[in-house]
Write a new protein. Sequence first.
Length: 283
Amino acid sequence: MDIVVLGSANADLVVGVDRRPGPGETVLGSDTTVLPGGKGANTAVAAGRLGAMVAFLGAVGQDGYGDLLLDSMRAAGVDVSLVRRDERPTGIAYITVTPDGENSIVVSPGVTEDDVDRASVGAATVLVASLEVPVAVVEHAVAVAGAARSVVNLSPTARLSAATLSTVDPLVVNEHEAAWLLDTAGAVDPRRLLDLGPRSAVVTFGARGAVIADRGGVHEVAAPRVVAVDTTGAGDAFTGALAVGLAAGRELVPAAELAVRVAAVSVTRRGAQPSYPTLAELS
């Protein structure tokens, strides 16, 4: 297996609004659209649509939303044999999208350490994990990853142990998550993330692309100019494509160049998983 993705699988309930409501305010929205989502499932689908051999490690409920998510992943070529059908309901993410394509997300989050042990994640070339699952599960997966390269998308943000961070290569965050980690309100210096312990770090800046920091220095990767209609899941598209590049043997910067192209295409389409391109669509 090229890639194992550990993370969440949620049903996205998406509503278009002219603007986000303030505290105590009600605004009118569009009809609700139900789409497959969750940071983990999104990342796996993005990688699968690019042709990688990818397995998703997570849990969904024994309900219609769970069926929706499994069907979407299978359609992208993702191996779902590691997915546990849980008695709890499938997680749901409530998403509002404004006319500029920006979104706000509230997630109702379960994968366990036992699931990780049964999955033999160390047999993969790349392990990808994100933080819509318990931190302890992510840290356990990284600890038992063995020769697999551990890519951690630290979203939502949380504090990881020094032992975990020391093997992460790279740590992937957006500019807001980086600012939280560095406790700064000013401009983010990606090099400072290396002081936290990861072997490398990637900071995404939306339409401005990404910046990579490693022991060799700082490298900027520009994003193609596009008109965004929905940014939901763009970060997951980036992470999935980055993992594909790394699993194929690319160095970090060329892998990030692929990732920004995939993320740029994704924001020109509605939804998360339905927006992800194939390799043929990138040519």
